[in-house]
Design a protein around this ligand. Structure first.
Ligand code: DAH
Length: 418
């Protein structure tokens, strides 16, 4: 007799794991784990990864780390506070309380430093529970980059020489940089650091990333002396870097947020047993950049298997996506009463809709949210837009998907349909 899979287990990437009160990983998400779009030849995300890697030829290029990490790796090793909202089951996917899907590539910083890597890039799929629309998807891709050197005169000399080289290159380029100070009262030097060292490291970080922005964008906007590429630096905060910054690029009339970065918080390096080093790290989101570089209008398209999408791209080439005809939208409303005293997080609703309809759902909007003054029961109305990217969806099909959503809602959350 075939062994029965106990219902208190979940299979993820071929392994079984026990479930518990934190388990919220959904079948749709489990099905995405093996795909690794950033390693599929010719895929826009793979070309973008290669383009970033080609700008850092002397760095180690990593891209095959498992998406399963412990909350300790994803948060604690990076000094996230115990009550950080990112830890909650409404924001992150848990296999169980001890294992989750990484929410960012920074989850691997400590282990990569611990392995002895000092200059590296790591590209991977990351997972966050989110709303449904054209620019949000529960799986996306990030590239993490980092560089550390010895906190001694030799290390600082290496950075100084690199700064001179990079500054000379940028001076010859058409780039306009809106900068902020390397250090400021809200972005101070860490107690463990010599401010002169921090200044040099922050400068190296900024020069390296300004140069990456030129590499990614300048060729595509045709930056000229009259029309330079504009890059803007903004002060930020991350638990595992100080000082911290964000970078925006002005592209096709809009400021586009590209990445977060900073001087690595010394306890992070202590956790990796490289206390004698200091350096910088950054993390950038690939989809957002690929959407503007290739003019891809909907984030679901990255997951399309349609030859009309895939055949448009060649490895190593950035070309403008030519949209094929858009199929009609089909809107369905779902209104329901929640059981007394019960709420429903929008991310829980969206995961349920994705489990039923997959990528046929284009967006989900809350239309009405009302609490009955007498019974205190809550009523919600969501409008779901069903639209396939690959074919025309019949009204019957949309009705049938919507009926399944309704039935799952009843089963999972005990709602009463209005
Ligand atoms: N992990 C951050 C995110 O997902 C991005 C980031 C910010 C990465 C700062 C870094 C960093 O390495 O230093 O939003």
């Amino acid at each position: 007799m075939a062994a029965q899979r106990p219902s208190h287990c979940v299979t993820v990437l071929g392994e079984q794991y026990p479930t518990d009160h934190m388990t919220n990983i959904s079948p749709t998400i489990v099905s995405k784990l093996p795909l690794k779009l950033h390693t599929q030849p010719s895929h826009p995300l793979s070309t973008l990864r290669a383009l970033i890697e080609s700008h850092f030829p002397t760095y180690a290029h990593l891209s095959s780390l498992s998406p399963l990490v412990t909350p300790y790796q994803n948060f604690d090793l990076l000094s996230f506070p115990a009550d950080h909202p990112g830890r909650s089951v409404t924001d992150s996917y848990y296999v169980n309380k001890d294992l989750m899907l990484r929410t960012h590539t920074s989850a691997h910083e400590v282990e990569v430093f611990e392995r002895g890597e000092t200059k590296w890039l790591l590209t991977a799929d990351v997972y966050r529970r989110d709303e449904i629309d054209g620019s949000h998807y529960p799986v996306f891709h990030q590239t993490e980059g980092a560089r550390i050197v010895s906190a001694n005169p030799a290390g600082m000399k290496e950075i100084e020489e690199d700064n001179e080289r990079l500054a000379a290159h940028l001076e010859r380029s058409n780039i306009e940089i809106e900068d902020v100070p390397h250090l400021s009262p809200i972005n101070p030097c860490q107690p463990a650091h010599d401010p002169k060292h921090t200044e040099l490291i922050a400068k190296n970080l900024k020069l390296s990333l300004n140069s990456l922005m030129l590499h990614l964008f300048a060729g595509r906007v045709g930056a000229t002396a009259q029309n330079p590429l504009r890059v803007r630096w903004i002060e930020a905060t991350f638990p595992w870097t100080t000082p911290s910054f964000e970078v925006e690029v002005f592209f096709r009339g809009k400021w586009l947020e590209i990445l977060g970065c900073g001087v690595i918080y010394q306890p992070t390096l202590d956790n990796a047993n490289v206390s004698d080093k200091l350096g910088w790290a950054f993390g950038l989101g690939l989809e957002r950049i690929a959407m503007v570089l290739y003019s891809i209008p909907d984030i679901r398209l990255f997951w399309s298997q349609d030859p009309r999408f895939l055949s448009q791209f060649k490895q190593g080439e950035i070309t403008t996506f030519k949209p094929y005809s858009k199929y009609p939208a089909c809107f369905k409303d779902v209104s329901f009463w929640l059981p007394e005293g019960q709420g429903l997080h929008e991310n829980d609703f969206c995961d349920l809709v994705r489990d039923v309809a997959g990528d046929v759902v284009e967006d989900v909007k809350l239309m009405d949210n009302f609490t009955h003054p007498k019974t205190n029961r809550k009523s919600l109305c969501y409008r779901i837009n069903y639209r396939s990217m690959d074919r025309s969806l019949s009204n019957d099909e949309a009705n049938s998907l919507n009926a399944q959503v309704v039935s799952c809602l009843r089963d999972r959350f005990g709602v009463e349909i209005r």
